[in-house]
Design a protein around this ligand. Structure first.
Ligand SMILES: NC(=O)c1ccc[n+]([C@@H]2O[C@H](COP(=O)([O-])OP(=O)(O)OC[C@H]3O[C@@H](n4cnc5c(N)ncnc54)[C@H](O)[C@@H]3O)[C@@H](O)[C@H]2O)c1
Length: 282
C-alpha cells in the first residue's frame, strides 16, 4: 500500500484530466455501505455515493423505507440493494458486511451514520437509556468498522471509513450527556482506526455536522427562541441542508481525499470556529 517516496508524477495532460471532479471523486467500481440510510441525512449520503458511481448498500431498521430508498436510487441509475437490520443486535456488524459482499460483491466505503439521542438531565438518566445510546452511537460503529476493515484487508485494495460525528462532540449542550460523549468517542476512535489501518490502505475520517434542517429537527427550527439561540452561534445564520454534507462525504470516501486520515471535518456553517459578539437583531 505504501508508494515509493520518489513516485510524484509529472503534471502532463493525463495528470490534468485526472483532476476533473468526475475522475477525482469517482467511486466507480466500489461498494459503499450506509447505516441509518433512510434517515434525514443518511439518504443523502447514500444518494451522493451512488451519484459518484458507487454501488450502495442501504441499511436501516425497517424494510419498507429501505425498499423505497433502493427504488428511488434505482430510478436515478444507481445500483443499490437494501437490508433491514437492527444494529442493536449482537451479530449486526457481521450481517451488514455479509450483505454488502453477497448483494453487491464487496465493501470499500463504510459510512457509520445511524445514531440515536435522548435529551434528559444527568440526574434523571437511567442505565438502560445510557446503554442504548452508547450501543448504537459508539459500540456499533466500533465493531462494524472492525468487521468492515477485516473485509477490506481481505480484499487487499484499501478502503475508507466515514463516521458521522457531531458538533456536539466538541461543544457540549445541556441535557445531552450521553450522545455528545459518544460522538466525542467516535471522533477519537476515528484517529485510532486511522493509525492502525493505514498500513492496509484504509483511511478513517469523520464528519461533524452542525445544526441541520432534517425532519427530526423540525420542532427545533419551528421554535423562535431556539432558532434565535442557534443563529447567534452559527455565523451563516441558517440551518445546514443535508445535501451540504455530501461534498465532504465524497471527499473522504474517494481518492480526492487519499491523503486525509484521522480527521473530523466540521461542516457546521462556522459554528465551531468560535463566537461572535452578541447582536440584539440576530
Ligand atoms: N440532524 C442533525 O442536525 C445532526 C447534527 C449532527 C450530527 N448528526 C448525525 O447525523 C447522523 C444522521 O442523523 P439524522 O439527523 O439523519 O437522524 P435520523 O434519526 O433521521 O436517522 C438516523 C437513522 O438511524 C436509524 N437507526 C437508529 N437506530 C437504529 C438501529 N438500532 N438499527 C438500525 N438503524 C437504526 C434510524 O432508523 C434512522 O433512520 C447521526 O449520526 C447523527 O448523530 C445529525
Amino acid at each position: 500500500m505504501r508508494s515509493p517516496v520518489s513516485a510524484a508524477p509529472q503534471l502532463d495532460a493525463d495528470a490534468i484530466r485526472a483532476l476533473a471532479p468526475e475522475a477525482l471523486y469517482s467511486l466507480a467500481g466500489r461498494v459503499a455501505v450506509v447505516t441509518g440510510a433512510t434517515g434525514g441525512l443518511g439518504r443523502w449520503f447514500a444518494a451522493g455515493l451512488g451519484a459518484a458511481g458507487a454501488r450502495v448498500l442501504v441499511t436501516d431498521l425497517e424494510q419498507g423505507p429501505v425498499d423505497e430508498l433502493v427504488a428511488l436510487l434505482g430510478e436515478a441509475g444507481v445500483e443499490a440493494a437494501g437490508v433491514a437490520i437492527d444494529l442493536a443486535e449482537e451479530d449486526a456488524p457481521e450481517r451488514v458486511v455479509a450483505a454488502a459482499v453477497e448483494l453487491l460483491g464487496g465493501l470499500h466505503v463504510l459510512v457509520n451514520n445511524a445514531a440515536v439521542n435522548r435529551r434528559m438531565p444527568i440526574l434523571e438518566m437511567d442505565r438502560a437509556t445510557w446503554d442504548w445510546i452508547t450501543r448504537i452511537d459508539l459500540r456499533l460503529p466500533y465493531f462494524l468498522s472492525q468487521a468492515a476493515a477485516r473485509r477490506m484487508i481481505e480484499q487487499g485494495d484499501g478502503g475508507s471509513i466515514v463516521s458521522i460525528s457531531s458538533l456536539n462532540a466538541l461543544y457540549a449542550l445541556e441535557q445531552i450527556s450521553v450522545y455528545g460523549p459518544a460522538k466525542a468517542g467516535l471522533s477519537q476512535l476515528t484517529k485510532v482506526m486511522a493509525l492502525e489501518w493505514a498500513e492496509h490502505g484504509i483511511r478513517a475520517n469523520a464528519i461533524a455536522p452542525g445544526f441541520m434542517d432534517t425532519p427530526l429537527a423540525a420542532p427545533v427550527w419551528a421554535d423562535d427562541d431556539i432558532r434565535r439561540w442557534i443563529f447567534n452561534r452559527v455565523p451563516v445564520e441558517r440551518p445546514g441542508l443535508p445535501r451540504e454534507l455530501v461534498g465532504a462525504c465524497l471527499l473522504l470516501a474517494s481518492d480526492a481525499g487519499s491523503f486525509l486520515s484521522g480527521q473530523t471535518l466540521h461542516v457546521d456553517g462556522g459554528a465551531s470556529a468560535g463566537g461572535r459578539w452578541f447582536h440584539k437583531d440576530r
